[in-house]
Write a protein that binds this ligand. Structure first.
Ligand code: DAT
Ligand code: MG
Length: 135
């Protein structure tokens, strides 16, 4: 079993797509081991996305991620990190396969409905960031 961090981003929460995304997560065999709906503070979003600091989209990313509530989940499944990234699809929704979450619910490369950890080490750091009690 492996764990990954998933976020339903403000665009998808605003559009009332959170329930459909959670339904899909369960249908695809993930267990939700932690879940909360919160508003990210600017400092939290900046720290969470610190790896992207200095990139042209960083300010826009932080502003977007703090623009409304997000649903944050720790997901568990065998090979969860890759399985969740496969379910999300590509960063750019139009490059995602038809049934992927970002294709279904994302609208642009910046506003792409969901986040997922990209490696074992980042998953551990990201889960600890939002769910220290699970570490
Ligand atoms: P991913 O979320 O697929 O891991 P990433 O880590 O490269 O992608 O980037 C993090 C987020 O930053 C991404 O989900 C949306 C935003 N982003 C990335 N590239 C962007 C770009 N070229 N323009 C606008 N936003 C971008
Ligand atoms: Mg990433």
């Amino acid at each position: 079993m492996e764990r990954t961090l998933a976020i339903i981003k403000p665009d998808a929460v605003r559009a009332k797509n959170a329930g459909k995304i959670i339904d899909r997560i369960e249908a695809e065999g993930f267990s939700i081991v932690g879940m909360k709906k919160i508003n990210l503070a600017t400092k939290q979003a900046e720290e969470f996305y610190a790896v992207h600091k200095g990139k042209p989209f960083y300010a826009e990313l932080v502003e977007f991620m703090t623009s409304g509530p997000v649903v944050i989940m720790a997901l568990e499944k065998s090979n969860a990190i890759q399985a969740w990234r496969d379910l999300m699809g590509s960063t750019d929704p139009v490059k995602s396969a038809p049934n992927c979450l970002r294709r279904l619910y994302g609208t642009s490369v910046g506003q792409n409905a969901t986040h997922g950890s990209d490696a074992v080490q980042t998953a551990a750091v990201e889960i600890k960031f939002f769910f220290p009690e699970l570490a």
